[in-house]
Ligand binder design. Sequence first.
Ligand SMILES: Cc1cc2nc3c(=O)[nH]c(=O)nc-3n(C[C@H](O)[C@H](O)[C@H](O)COP(=O)(O)OP(=O)(O)OC[C@H]3O[C@@H](n4cnc5c(N)ncnc54)[C@H](O)[C@@H]3O)c2cc1C
Length: 492
Amino acid sequence: MEFKDFELIYKENRVEINDRTKIESDLRDIVGSNNVSTMKIDLLAYTKDSSLISLNWTIEGKIAGLADFITWPETTKQICDILKLANQERIPVIPYGEGSGVVGGAIPLYGGIIIDMKKFNKVIKINDRDLTVTAEAGINGMNLERYLNAKGYTSGHIPQSLYTSSLGGWIAHRAAGQFSTKYGKIEDMVLGMELILPQGEIINFKTIVRASTGPQFNKLFIGGEGTLGIVTKATLRIWPLPEKKTLISYAFPTIEFSFDAVRKILREQIYPAVIRIYDKFETARHFPDIEKAKEKVMVIFICEGNSKLVDLEELITKEKCEANSGVECGESPVNHWLETRFRVTETSSMPPYKIVFDTIEIASLWDNAAEIYHLVLESMNDFKGILMITAHVSHFYPNGVGIYFSFGGVPPKGETDLEFYQGCWDATIKAVLDAGGSIGHHHGVGINRSHWMDEEWGKSLSTLRQIKNVLDPNNILNPGKIYVNTWKRGDS
Ligand SMILES: Cc1cc2nc3c(=O)[nH]c(=O)nc-3n(C[C@H](O)[C@H](O)[C@H](O)COP(=O)(O)OP(=O)(O)OC[C@H]3O[C@@H](n4cnc5c(N)ncnc54)[C@H](O)[C@@H]3O)c2cc1C
């Protein structure tokens, strides 16, 4: 297939670049010739992130967005200079970590310059007394964790995409790992950060445990999705590797019983590192051989840390499960999860069958968690073309949960994959908003959620837009994301 044969999905707002040769030559001057490419093979590699709909598009010969230049800067000064050039020439710039985002965040909607952060890949230092690690933002997640493990530590941030995501991407999308109930989410872990503002100015948030020196400004950039600045370095909290791990699993008659058990465990200030509730559909899919879990809701737990504390956590976890009709299923379901937790073959096997598949994670207080779960299932089951809708719950707080829905279906006749996909997202998000939930837990906004942001944020979104305008008056940094109704633009 020739490059020109690919159909471009997001073409409407592409920025025309007048003097390509000059811009390319300027970029070569800034980062060196080896660190710039306009080769088709490279442009093609950066047309999408890991949004699952892009797999369907690839099979159909479609590409999401098309950048004009790919760059791999090696220093902060080079990034500053690219941003200054981009402002001068009004060219979009898209920061790129490892492209594992699933909401379209790294797609070059308007074309422009990709800044791939992969050469910012070093651990700078570990401080044992402070329990911190400082690393460059492009470092691969697994490389960082391996480095820490070899020295006797863990960051506690273990997303399913550990092997394919970067520290900067975690910060940009406010990520949450599989062990988040004990170790917290990325915003709990970042103690200090360096970033470059859209006009090329470097700012530093010094490493602090906390401070009462005005608003916590760095939080504005955790979740900025590459629209407010480019993160170049961060200092994270770390922990000594756990002394003991205990694997526990229970099957419950309904999702409500499982919610009650977990809620009551957390009320006791017991924080198992991993808690995963699988609804009865996902229990059947993942644990078909566990007799005691037939037609039930499986919950797995990992308690880890100091062995005396872990023993107590195990005791209380089991007590609460049994008091809420849980039936003990032993260690094997947890071992199964540990063995398979980085495998995603299920999702990538769907597109060849023309199935549109995706996952949507949302957040809720305990009060309406069960209602949201049922409402989403009802709305999606009524949605024309849907073949499956299931859920698991893997992030917990004493006050609520993050629920993770998976859906799959075939577009009805006359509908494109994208129209069907958007319809499924909209039906889920509407149900979540109707029941008082929040529309995203840890994958970010990107393109997929941007047209719901007014409902999610209310009037405060206009203040965020004003901040964006002040920081990025030429709207060059990752345009078309978070603040704008991108889907409508793409469709019109
Ligand atoms: C199979 C699979 C499993 C996943 N599991 C999880 C999970 O368990 N938990 C979770 O939270 N997410 C998960 N994700 C989503 C994804 O991995 C995260 O969103 C991740 O944080 C993105 O990191 P990345 O480096 O790949 O970023 P990219 O996809 O490259 O970029 C994501 C966004 O961040 C911006 N960005 C990237 N680097 C920087 C930087 N240095 N400075 C400023 N902006 C930047 C980009 O412009 C873009 O908007 C999963 C994804 C997949 C495909």
